[in-house]
Ligand binder design. Structure first.
Ligand code: COA
Length: 279
């Protein structure tokens, strides 16, 4: 069937109780990423990033797929027909929104409802957390059609999985179920499909209780320290906390006050009430 979906319809979203539910919205093409979808996704996540009514972004898929990876027709074949310029342009459109998501202001959760292949590992890794339906299928299918897992996919497998498992996954092209993906480290957890949205909502609500500046600083730190020596990481974390104190000077004082003076919560058991903090 020829592609008829308009660019603005390739992504759908709704905001409910400060959670932005963003969907890959090409179910008839198993949500594979075309240049149109990549452009629209960039627009949507840009639009949501600094909105006060959004505290967490969830990325999921309409229909049976999360995303079947890059669009072999529109992303690969059509772009290649335009030569190197076309290829580089398409890559830029995809990689730009994945990068934006990796360093997003708000915490992000991949809710993997179905197929997740190849290029889909880019946005999967961009999301801070990932939850999958037990029945979902994950695959580095590139080897099955004669290429290597590019666009960061090999790096994602190597970063998230133990070496032997990453190697097996990449060179055999065998799929993992959501359950196996959780055991291998690709996602945080797998639950039955009909419980997935409730579980993700629960986790999102947990994140919504926290200080948003502290979450942003923490998630960036987790990503950044991986490639630092211990001493560089220690120094980076000191500076990151000092920068937090500078821009959100009441946070630490308020968290400490509620525990030590007000005795209204215990940090070991939950978050301070961020709504009581002066801004
Ligand atoms: N690129 C382009 N088109 C794709 C696509 C992709 N990555 N994935 C699915 N589609 C298209 C199919 O060509 C088909 O189009 P048509 O209806 O015009 O014929 C439509 O989406 C439905 O796909 P279909 O294969 O019939 O669905 P399915 O539910 O039986 O199988 C998959 C789902 C995901 C297993 C299968 O579509 C597939 O293997 N896709 C490619 C996955 C892949 O290798 N991705 C890596 C890219 S980096």
């Amino acid at each position: 069937m020829a592609e008829v979906r308009k660019e603005e319809d390739t992504v759908a979203y709704e905001i409910v109780d400060r959670i932005a539910w963003v969907k890959f919205n090409r179910p008839e093409k198993r949500n594979c990423m075309s240049p149109k979808l990549n452009r629209q996704m960039k627009r949507v996540i840009d639009e949501l990033e600094f909105r006060d009514d959004v505290g967490v972004l969830v990325l999921t898929g309409e229909g049976t797929a999360w995303s079947a990876g890059m669009d072999l027709q529109e992303y690969f074949r059509d772009s290649a027909a335009e030569g190197l310029k076309g290829v580089r342009h398409s890559q830029r459109e995809a990689y730009t929104w994945w990068e934006r998501l990796r360093w997003y202001q708000k915490p992000t959760i991949a809710m993997v409802n179905g197929w997740c292949f190849g290029g889909g590992y880019g946005p999967l890794f961009s999301c801070d957390l990932a939850y999958a339906a037990e029945e979902a299928q994950f695959g580095l299918s590139e080897i099955n059609w004669g290429i290597l897992p590019g666009g960061g996919a090999t790096k994602v497998a190597q970063l998230l999985m133990p070496f032997r498992k990453a190697m097996y996954h990449a060179i055999t092209g065998e799929n993992l179920t959501g359950k196996e993906a959780a055991e291998w480290g690709l996602v945080n957890e797998a639950v039955p499909a009909d419980e997935l949205k409730a579980r993700v909502t629960e986790v999102a609500n947990k994140l919504l209780e926290k200080n948003p500046f502290a979450i942003k600083a923490t998630k960036d730190a987790v990503r950044r320290v991986g490639e630092m020596t211990y001493d560089n990481a220690e120094d980076y974390l000191i500076r990151a906390q000092e920068s937090l104190d500078h821009f959100d000077s009441e946070a630490r004082k308020e968290g400490t006050r509620q525990f030590l003076d007000e005795k209204s919560y215990k940090p070991g058991l939950g978050s301070y009430d961020v709504n009581k903090q002066k801004r």
